[in-house]
Design a protein. Structure first.
Lengths: 237, 313
């Protein structure tokens, strides 16, 4: 479904991605592990066209995305739940969800309202706060809203950048339950995480990213068992 | 003093009319600041060109049909071309004078200086093509001086009422657009977080262009209204009006739409009070003293506080 082939991305003179190869198949949950500044977020932004690769190709459902504006890429069926949530704080919850459906502006409102109902079903807290400014929500509620906003685009592939960041452990479990639920309903997921144990427990496969290179690629179970991964990401000796 | 008190209501009405016009122009500054964090110093010139467009159309109307100029159709016929052409001019300015700079990662200073340059260019362009002498709006052909109303004991001309009503209608239309439409949400999203707005699929460049269109169209309308009111226009009129409207935007809280309208009204009323109680010659001194005091004591403006709080989240 998604394939990155030798993707190199620069921020000015700094080479953030040094030739990434990865692929995500339809129906999978794939986890991208890595520490700070390993290139995880850059990978996400490159897929979505928010930053442009210097070389290499990004392919989605057989179509090369290079050079397409982000709006077109989102319309192909890719949506992002960004790092630190980035909800629109000065807009209401309802407006944030509508922003997620921005690329579907041609569709009848009935369709969009139906999806909104589904999201309120998934996150009942959002329904209670539909008219509230998003900036007044708690961190956990904002994470729900960021996920709901991305789902409003009806993505085939959902990119999630550190969904566990800044959340309480109980809430992290809840978020990952919902990720699994979204996946069961048919959305393919590429999730970036530092919290390796939780992420690998729900993922099918995983990649480990270090300094802009993929250093390990395996099934989630094999990665959970791998000594390097345990040392680096699970805090075990 | 009793004399001053007796003319005060009259002055307040005058201040109200002036204030709504300042508010109209201030909206352009504040909207552009919202999406680009830049002050479009050529905005006053867009206002001035709006006054010239209105004047040109007016001249044609007078040529064609002497007499029978009813405000009900004359006003829209003056406003529509001024708004459309000024909107187009604003978009062109953004495209040619600002976008090439900020797309190449210029600092905030680059587009600002480019805006000052564009302002000088437009002033001189109008002076060279239209001449340096002032043009006269034959306002009394549309709004005869005898059309006056008594409202709560204050004698008000029909024109002042029309200016206030048209300005308020335009503001209401803009607020409705910003609050309730998909384009309005996109403008707010780009103002708040341009990258995230792009990530949900918004074409931020297009939204910035449309923001320039809207702000400039309002400035064009303000140009026509001011032309009708003062009856004399010239190529430098955009300079002081632009600075006043900028003051209004800062006073209300730059980036805040309601702040721009409130700031405009306040500034208009403050100016009229200064004219009444101090000296008409001092009204500009007072207006810019307000700018300086705002920047020193409340730089975020009257309604700017909430915005700053939300930005931190």
């Amino acid at each position: 479904m998604l394939r990155l082939d030798q993707v190199v991305t620069h921020y000015g003179p700094i080479m953030a991605l040094k030739g990434i190869d990865l692929h995500v198949d339809r129906g999978e949950i794939v986890c991208l592990l890595g520490g700070n500044a390993s290139g995880k977020s850059t990978t996400m932004k490159t897929i979505l066209g928010l930053v442009r690769p210097t070389s290499g190709t990004v392919e989605f459902e057989g179509r090369i995305l290079d050079g397409l504006p982000t709006g077109k890429i989102v319309r192909q069926g890719i949506a992002l739940v960004p790092e630190a949530r980035r909800i629109f704080g000065r807009m209401t919850v309802w407006e944030n969800l509508m922003m997620g459906a921005y690329v579907r502006s041609g569709e009848p409102q009935r369709e969009i309202d139906g999806d909104m109902e589904r999201i309120y079903g998934l996150f009942p807290r959002l329904r209670e706060r539909t008219a509230q400014y998003a900036g007044t929500l708690s961190g956990g509620e904002q994470q729900m809203l960021a996920m709901g906003r991305a789902l409003m685009a009806r993505p085939k592939l959902l990119l999630m950048d550190e969904p566990s960041m800044g959340l309480s452990p109980a809430f992290v479990d809840q978020v990952f339950d919902i990720i699994q639920e979204i996946n069961r309903q048919g959305t393919t997921i590429l999730v970036v995480e530092q919290n390796a144990s939780v992420a690998l427990s729900i993922a099918h496969r995983g990649y480990v990213l270090q300094n802009g290179r993929i250093v390990l690629a395996d099934s989630a179970a094999a990665l959970l068992a791998a000594d390097d991964v345990r040392r680096a990401y699970l805090g075990e000796d | 003093m009793a004399d001053l008190i007796s003319i005060l209501p009259q002055q307040l009405v005058f201040g109200l009319a002036l204030g709504t016009v300042y508010g109209l122009i201030a909206l352009g500054y504040t909207m552009v600041y919202g999406v680009l964090q830049m002050i479009n110093f050529a905005h006053g010139e867009v206002f001035m060109i709006g006054a010239y467009i209105g004047w040109s159309v007016f001249a044609v109307l007078i040529d064609w049909s002497v007499g029978g100029l009813h405000p009900l159709w004359v006003l829209p016929v003056l406003l529509a071309p001024a708004m459309l052409l000024c909107g187009g001019l604003g978009m062109t300015l953004e495209r040619l004078a600002y976008r090439p700079l900020y797309m190449r990662g210029a600092t905030r200073l680059g587009p600002l200086i480019s805006a000052v340059g564009a302002s000088i260019f437009l002033q001189n362009f109008v002076m060279l093509t239209q001449g340096a002498r002032m043009k006269v709006y034959m306002t009394n052909l549309v709004f005869p001086r005898t059309w006056r109303f008594n409202i709560f004991g204050v004698n008000v001309s029909a024109l002042v009422i029309v200016i206030v009503v048209v300005s308020l209608l335009l503001m209401w239309g803009l607020v409705a657009l910003i609050q309730r439409t998909s384009l309005g949400r996109a403008i707010r999203a780009v103002s708040e977080d341009r990258e995230m707005a792009t990530a949900v699929g918004i074409d931020a460049n297009r939204v910035v262009g449309l923001t320039f269109f809207l702000g400039s169209a309002l400035a064009g309308a303000a140009g026509v209204l001011v032309g009708l009111y003062y009856t004399q226009i010239d190529f430098v009129m955009g300079y002081s009006a632009g600075l006043k409207a900028f003051t209004a935007a800062v006073l209300g809280g730059i980036g805040n739409i309601k702040g721009a309208m409130l700031g405009g009204l306040l500034l208009g009323v403050i100016e009229s009070l200064a004219s009444t109680f101090i000296n008409p010659a001092f009204k500009d001194v007072v207006a810019f003293a307000v700018l300086i005091l705002t920047l020193v004591f409340k730089p975020e403006g009257i309604l700017g506080e909430k915005l700053a709080d939300w930005k931190k989240i």
